[in-house]
Design a protein around this ligand. Structure first.
Ligand SMILES: [Fe+2]
Length: 172
């Protein structure tokens, strides 16, 4: 076995992630990813809740659009947690931690009308977009253009989902 292969093998066995970003910076990126994951989980749950409980003449289109969006958010959740693992760090994975780290608010015991549901969701998408926009700069400072690119893609998905919902609130 050559020395290079042996060194590489030792690195992998010791759990070292040698991708050109210091451990401190990777931890900073993981904090961002874990907070994003927490926000996505709260939004996912809210979309499920509204999919189940929406009523009124807009039932059918809203029931469907909420389902489309929780499917999309579910994919974001999986990719975000796995991105943290790509950085060599642990992803959080308990409801307890998601609630500790999220910046979004839940409204327990409330069953809002359809228009309020849409307004709440637009607000959450927009909050996520604003958070992500700040995170992009932080990732750049951490020297992690991979996560910068990854989060840019997520931000664009939320921009589109917010637009699809906002259209229901706008006058013709
Ligand atoms: Fe369903």
């Amino acid at each position: 076995m050559t020395t290079t292969v042996k060194t590489q093998e030792m690195k992998v066995k010791s759990g070292t992630t040698d991708i050109g970003i210091s451990e401190q910076n990777r931890r900073g990126v993981a904090d961002i990813l874990n907070r994003t994951l927490s926000d996505e989980f709260v939004l996912y749950t809210k979309l499920r809740n509204y999919h189940w409980n929406v009523v009124g003449p807009m039932f059918q289109p809203l029931h469907e659009i909420f389902e489309n969006q929780y499917d999309e958010v579910e994919e974001i959740i999986d990719n975000t947690a796995e991105r943290t693992r790509n950085m060599g760090l642990k992803s959080i994975g308990t409801m307890n931690e998601f609630l500790q780290h999220t910046t979004l608010q839940e409204q327990p015991n409330e069953y809002p009308n359809a228009m309020t549901m849409i307004a709440n969701l637009v607000g959450d998408h927009e909050a996520l977009i604003r958070n992500l926009r700040n995170d992009l700069e932080a990732c750049e400072k951490f020297g992690d253009m991979g996560t910068n690119d990854f989060l840019t893609g997520i931000m664009q998905k939320h921009e589109k989902m917010a637009w699809l919902l906002r259209a229901f609130l706008e006058d013709e």
